[in-house]
Write a protein that binds this ligand. Structure first.
Ligand SMILES: Nc1ncnc2c1ncn2[C@@H]1O[C@H](COP(=O)(O)OP(=O)(O)OP(=O)(O)O)[C@@H](O)[C@H]1O
Ligand SMILES: [Mg+2]
Length: 514
């Protein structure tokens, strides 16, 4: 009679955007038929057993007989999702002597099995491969559809398999697997090429604000009546965005990988994300979390733009939940098992009408009641407004202007200035990890890089006290002024930079009152 056999392989589970190592151990011994899973598996992992046993048979293997125990360790770690199908199936094959004597311990495996034995892509492959590499794993088995994001990491052998049978073959003979192509296709999430700032007539102040915002990563609120071009302006931001650094690209890709939103065959996102969730999006959909602990829109917008059109239509809870990420660049959620942190360093672009009826002075003109006006404006809290660096008026466009044939400045011209301004920031901030733009500077960087002459210092403190601005607003004005100087190609800050930055903080006073 056959003796008891044990097989072991590694896999990973997600915790936020981190992948954590999981050891998959399968023990098979003679005795009455019994299969059990231990180690805190969730419902999806339990379901995996049914898929695995059917897939094994359809792939031409024997389903296990006798007693089979599947252990997922460490036991106290939450394990979620269908990605354990492949490692469980492979460990079952090892424990039932169907693989010869492979070194399964050197392998990590991830993948969902179809009943036919084919492998389906799973989410979170990029962080899993990064973690495997960190722990010096040698081989990674995964579904072919996930290969592009896996090869981004380098330094670990990737074995892309189409089916369980293929994965088992690579486990027996690791040299047999095809080497995935290391060339990463650029992201296909592209802005439609027909969009260009040249289409937007007039609105020079709003365009200037968006140029500053894109150059320094500052938050911006566009306020204007219906049809003034707010949505039109915001949709064109991706056309003037600076390119992402490799670090930023990997971080953004990791989040899309965890959310299962990487398009097939895309290894790295090359373009900054532009997310425009509708105001009917659930709170969890917007900020993240929910039962499956998924990144929300604010994290998908990491290193890019979160565009909230019709800002007051968003739920109050959702808007208040933006406050922490707007300040820290990340969202922390508490769960029974501990806290999870999702990166969420995005540039907020919001648009709204100045009144429920649309016009700037509608309450004064009797078009809406002052109470209705209050209710409408109160949906946007003071602390949220305080976190928006640039408040911009977008007035109704002059009809004469719309008829003018000559196009405005193209996105390409604006983008050139934005790129140059980013390049000087990158140089100045090199050596500061995780800070790539003026908007992300902390108090230490502000003290060092936004040095004011005595005259400028007086100018700013007078403005701050006259406008009754907060300490937060003070720091934010300095950062915007830094970007304005960078756009002008200057290292020193001048009074004119401060004046322009302060000007972007006065519209809210006119609309919301003191
Ligand atoms: N400055 C402009 N130059 C050229 N076309 C414009 C301009 N402003 C508005 N338009 C035209 O008007 C349309 C409506 O603009 P848009 O949807 O951006 O307005 P909005 O400010 O977002 O309005 P709402 O408050 O109703 O959402 C545009 O699609 C465009 O055709
Ligand atoms: Mg609009």
């Amino acid at each position: 009679m056959r003796a008891r056999m044990l097989a072991r392989i590694f896999s990973a589970t997600l915790w936020g955007v981190e992948a954590l190592r999981v050891e998959v151990e399968v023990d098979n011994s003679p005795g009455a038929f019994l299969t059990r899973v231990v180690g805190l598996p969730d419902a999806a992992v339990r379901e995996s057993l049914h898929r695995v046993s059917t897939a094994l048979q359809n792939a031409g293997f024997r389903a296990p007989t006798g007693r089979t125990t599947i252990n997922l360790a460490p036991a106290d770690l939450r394990k979620e999702g269908p990605s354990f199908d492949l490692p469980i199936a492979l460990a079952v094959l090892g424990a039932t002597d169907q693989l010869g004597s492979p070194h399964t311990e050197e392998f990590w495996a991830l993948g969902e099995l179809a009943l036919s034995g084919e492998l389906r892509p799973v989410r979170g492959v990029l962080p899993a491969v990064m973690e495997a590499k960190r722990l010096r794993a040698k081989h990674m088995l995964l579904p072919t559809a996930n290969a592009a994001e896996a090869v981004v990491v380098g330094g670990i052998r990737i074995h892309p398999a189409r089916s369980l049978a293929e994965a088992a073959a690579f486990l027996r003979d690791p040299e047999a697997s095809p080497q995935p192509d290391g060339s990463n296709d650029p992201s296909v999430i592209d802005h439609p090429p027909e969009l260009d700032f040249a289409d937007v007539k007039g609105q020079l102040a709003a365009k200037r604000a968006l140029e500053i915002a894109a150059a320094g990563g500052h938050n911006v609120l566009l306020i204007g009546p219906p049809g003034s071009g707010k949505s039109m302006l915001a949709q064109r931001i991706p056309t003037i965005f600076p390119s992402m650094t490799l670090d930023e690209s990997i971080e953004a890709t990791r989040i899309h990988s965890v959310a299962g939103l990487l398009p097939n065959g895309v290894g790295l996102l090359r373009q900054r994300p532009f997310r425009a969730p509708h105001h009917s999006t659930s709170d969890a959909g917007l900020v993240g979390g929910g039962p499956r602990l998924m990144p929300g829109e604010i994290s998908l917008a990491h290193h890019g733009v979160l565009f909230l059109d019709e800002l007051p239509e968003f739920g109050r809870n959702a808007l208040e939940a933006l406050r922490q990420p707007l300040e820290d660049g990340r969202l922390t959620l508490s769960r029974a098992a501990g806290t999870v942190t999702f990166p969420a360093s995005f540039m907020l672009v919001a648009a709204m009408n100045p009144s429920p009826t649309g016009g700037f002075d509608d309450a004064a003109r009797g078009k809406c009641t002052p109470a209705a006006m209050r209710r409408y404006l109160n949906r946007i809290s003071g602390p949220l407004l305080d976190r928006i660096d640039l408040h911009v008026e977008v007035p109704a466009v002059d009809r004469q202007l719309l008829l003018r044939p000559e196009p405005a400045e193209s996105s390409e011209g604006i983008r050139g200035r934005v790129e140059r301004a980013r390049a000087s920031q990158a140089q100045r901030l090199s050596g500061r990890r995780k800070i790539h733009s003026n908007a992300r500077m902390g108090p230490r960087e502000i003290a060092r890089f936004c040095v004011l002459s005595p005259a400028c210092g007086n100018f700013l403190s007078t403005a701050i006290s006259e406008l009754g601005l907060s300490a937060r607003a003070f720091h934010r004005i300095l950062k915007v002024a830094r970007t304005i100087a960078d756009l002008a190609g200057r290292e020193e800050l001048r009074e004119e930079d401060l004046a322009e930055a302060i000007g972007f903080r006065s519209l809210d006073r006119r609309i919301w009152g003191e």
